[in-house]
Design a protein around this ligand. Structure first.
Ligand SMILES: *Cc1c(COP(=O)(O)O)cnc(C)c1O
Length: 430
């Protein structure tokens, strides 16, 4: 698509956007002057859908009215609430409903998955991660190695970008997996790298890993609700993601977990067990022998917080109305492409974009670095924040901005670049 760098063009794109009206379904934060913020932070905390409070109230009201009987109420019984969410998530994740469960938090799900899918032997005892893995993932993986009495300096294998580069090259990753494959128990990589916004080729990584006999799992924190996924067809062993980023389900909301159908009925997979993972038909006999549900639900520990599930249900309903990830992704490529175009047209001397320039290798987010010789990136970030932009700053020197197709506009992208440009020249701008 050919873009033009003027506001009329941006407004025209909004007018032609079939998803434009979804913005009205969200609460957009306001600046102190009453104007709406330019909220480009859906990669960190997605905005609240207007229907969320009604979905929560429905469950609060049920609890008020019938108490414990809410577990078995005629409408959306709490006991099976999770099943609806698995069905609604399946299309977004490219999975079968029985491969998905909403439970715990992302980091905890990674722990549970490693209990089940990292079983080190004398020959195969390494975990492959990437050099700039999100700290929580790094801590989780290292702690598992230690629990197995393995030394992380030997057993933690790290895929890095080449010196002076920011992105992981697929050919380097492939060579590493080929070279070290027989010693790797688990490959745990992000679907979308949180710092650079790079999309990794999950299908190819899974194929390469399996060819070497490794288990392959993905952290999809920045991928869920952002890019198209086909976890089932790619044959991924497991995945985990949070729902408060692109999935707009509220701070600290429950996380998702995918376990491939191949593992569903295998009761011999070691796991940390809890009563909610037990066969529901005998769960309330309260016996001592654990009989796991065949499918991802068999990894549940506890009965889930319904208020969090209600927020996820509200959000997934909007994704469904928007036509799912295919329609959103189409707009997203244009929205982020427009941002890239404007930055190159107006700020090529000041800003370096570290995110891949190929639209298939990135999602919504662009990660920006202020080039040396200008004011510091942090100073620029403070200025644009003061002018009503919510993005985020990531140490040491990156401004992340993520225009999301669900509620952001082309005009906002235009105004963002205008404000960013003004922040370099010292002029104020609104
Ligand atoms: C956001 C994010 C997390 C957050 O973990 P929680 O357990 O939800 O606090 C972990 N890993 C990655 C890659 C993330 O982007």
């Amino acid at each position: 698509m050919t873009f033009r760098a003027d506001i009329e063009f941006a407004r025209q794109l909004d007018q032609d956007d079939p998803l434009a009206h979804f913005r009205d379904q969200f609460h957009i934060p306001k600046q102190s002057n009453g104007n709406e913020e330019i909220y480009f932070c859906g990669n960190s905390l997605g905005l609240q859908p207007k229907i969320t409070s009604a979905y929560l109230m429905e469950e609060l009201e049920k609890w008020q009215r019938i108490g414990v009987k809410g577990h078995f109420s005629e409408n959306l019984p709490w006991i099976s609430y999770n099943e609806i969410l698995a069905e609604n998530s399946a299309a977004l994740m490219g999975a079968l409903p029985q491969e998905i469960v909403m439970m715990n938090t992302l980091t905890l799900n990674l722990h549970l998955m490693m209990v089940s899918f990292f079983n080190p032997t004398a020959e195969r005892n390494k975990i492959l991660i990437e050099a700039h893995a999100f700290p929580s993932d790094h801590y989780a993986v290292t702690s598992h190695l230690k629990c197995h009495r393995l030394n992380p300096t030997e057993s933690l294998l790290i895929a890095s970008p080449r010196p002076g580069e920011e992105l992981i090259r697929m050919e380097d990753l492939a060579a590493l997996i080929e070279r070290e494959g027989r010693s790797i128990g688990l490959i745990l990589l992000p679907g979308v790298q949180y710092y650079t916004g790079q999309v990794l080729d999950m299908k190819e990584i899974t194929r390469l890993g399996h060819a070497q006999g490794c288990t392959v799992g993905f952290d999809l924190a920045h991928a869920a609700g952002n890019v198209g996924l086909a976890l089932h067809d790619w044959d991924v062993d497991f995945a985990a993601w949070c729902t408060y980023k692109y999935l707009n389900s509220g701070p600290g909301s429950l996380a998702g977990c995918f376990i491939h159908e191949r593992h569903a009925a295998d009761k011999n997979i070691p796991r940390f067990a809890g009563w909610w993972g037990h066969n529901p038909s005998t769960r309330f006999e309260m016996g001592p022998d654990f009989d796991p549900i065949a499918g991802a639900e068999g990894w549940q520990l506890s009965n889930p917080p319904i208020l969090s599930l209600a927020a996820i249900r509200a959000s997934l309903e909007i994704f469904r109305q928007a036509g799912g990830i295919t329609a959103l992704r189409e707009k997203s490529k244009k929205l982020t492409g427009f941002l890239e175009f404007l930055l190159q047209a107006k700020l090529a001397d000041e800003i370096e974009i570290i995110t891949p320039d190929h639209e298939e290798q990135r999602g919504c987010q662009l990660s920006l670095k202020v080039k040396p010789g200008h004011v510091s990136g942090k100073e620029i970030f403070s200025k644009i924040e003061a002018a009503g932009i919510t993005g985020d700053w990531r140490e040491p020197d990156v401004i992340r901005v993520a225009p999301t197709p669900m509620y952001n506009q082309f005009e906002e992208v235009y105004r963002f670049v205008e404000i960013l440009t003004a922040s370099f020249s010292g002029r104020g701008s609104a």
